[in-house]
Design a protein around this ligand. Structure first.
Ligand SMILES: [Cu+2]
Length: 155
């Protein structure tokens, strides 16, 4: 049986939609930011480490491209830690249906050159820029970096 032009069109449409599905994660990312924390460095004045969970419950990937504060002159970097050493990274991936955890000893944000008048309890506005979800603004209260309590050993 010879397929007519009508069936040829249907087959072409099917192939196109199959390719489209394989080429990218078709859905949209759905981001929710949980437990944001901004901790003042106990060592260097004007430096703050930022931690949070970025939950992507959508069917599409996203990527954190940059972060900034609304205070002029500050510098915000994306950091990762390897063998106890921090390094700057250009972006952080948040695949579909996954959670990016920014935590001490792992990926985190770091803000430099903050005014020294900022202290525990001050609020810091941070703007995150995502590749697909655009900008998200967070208002985070500065807290003290918890110093490790000396551990007592029990026998
Ligand atoms: Cu860092």
């Amino acid at each position: 049986m010879k397929a007519g032009p009508f069936f040829r069109t249907i087959r072409a449409t099917l192939i196109v939609s199959l390719l489209g599905g394989a080429a990218c994660s078709s859905g949209a990312p759905q981001l929710v930011i949980e437990e944001p924390e901004a901790k003042l460095s106990p060592v260097i004045l004007g430096v703050v480490s930022v931690f949070m969970k970025i939950v992507n419950s959508g069917n599409g990937d996203d990527r954190l491209l940059s972060a900034r504060t609304d205070i002029p002159g500050t510098l915000t970097e994306l950091h990762d830690e390897e063998d106890g050493k921090m390094k700057t990274v250009t972006s952080m991936d948040i695949p579909a249906n996954s959670t990016l955890v920014l935590r001490p000893g792992g990926q985190h944000l770091m803000i430099f050159k903050l005014p020294r008048t900022l202290q525990t309890g001050s609020e810091l506005r941070i703007v995150l820029t995502f590749k697909r979800s655009g900008e998200r603004t967070l208002l985070i209260k500065l807290t003290e970096y918890a110093t490790k309590a000396p551990r007592t050993r029990n026998h």
